[in-house]
Design a protein. Structure first.
Length: 238
């Protein structure tokens, strides 16, 4: 997300410079029109109108980019505030997935209906084949169709993992955050915190990475994710 915000800010600065240059050019045209004798009034008016049209378009684009930047900053702010105050259970996860997105372990759907198992398994197969885009879509469908399933939090987690595997770290952060917000007592919270911290680190945001990983070690000190979080925290110190 930091990378996306930086790009947006750079675009805004460039557009602001272009806008200023066009405004200066328009003033120059007006000045020349006042001084040049024999120049067609109609031609001069057209030049001014064309210039004004270009400025208006650039100004609209500038406002649009500004709104996008503000929205992204607000989104990141909400996540940070949630991380600082989110309540958490002290219970530790029963199992842990690998730190890398390719280390997917087969899950068992005990207690679920055959229809639910089939829906989840279809999404899972896409994940195993590393067809991440399709997996994201199918896991989202699974959550929509089976919101009360005990594996809804797993599906949400794997949406985040898929974005992480695609190196879409800003979106992965949002999806992992959804695990903790929507399923605070689910067993995927430690894994979601771990990968959310990793995603911030990938974006070069060491401050938020440390914040999340430290929360993980505090809330789930006996979990395997906490061990990996401590290792990552040490590497972030260098």
């Amino acid at each position: 997300m930091r990378s996306s915000l930086a790009d947006t800010r750079a675009n805004l600065q460039e557009m602001q410079q272009d806008l200023g240059a066009l405004k200066e050019k328009m003033e120059e045209v007006r000045y020349q029109l006042d001084r040049q004798i024999g120049q067609s009034t109609r031609e001069g008016d057209k030049r001014v109108k064309d210039m004004e049209s270009r400025i208006a378009k650039l100004d609209d684009d500038f406002k649009t980019q500004g709104a996008l930047l503000k929205a992204r900053e607000e989104e990141l702010k909400i996540i940070r505030e949630t991380l600082k105050v989110a309540p958490g259970s002290k219970e530790e996860a029963a199992s842990v997935e690998g730190a890398g997105p390719s280390e997917f372990a087969r899950e068992r759907l005990a207690g679920e209906s055959e229809a639910v198992k089939k829906d989840y398994d279809e999404a899972w197969k896409l994940l195993e084949r590393k067809d991440y885009r399709a997996a994201i879509s199918r896991f989202k469908e699974f959550i929509k169709k089976n919101p009360q399933s005990e594996y809804a939090d797993n599906a949400q987690y794997w949406i985040g993992e898929s974005h992480y595997a695609l190196r879409e770290f800003d979106q992965a952060i949002l999806e992992f955050d959804a695990v903790r917000r929507k399923y605070p007592k689910g067993d995927k919270v430690p894994a979601a915190l771990l990968k959310q911290g990793f995603a911030f680190a990938e974006l070069g945001d060491k401050v938020d990475a440390r914040l999340i990983l430290q929360e993980l070690t505090d809330r789930f000190p006996q979990s395997q994710e906490a061990v990996k979080a401590k290792q990552k925290l040490k590497s972030l110190e260098s």
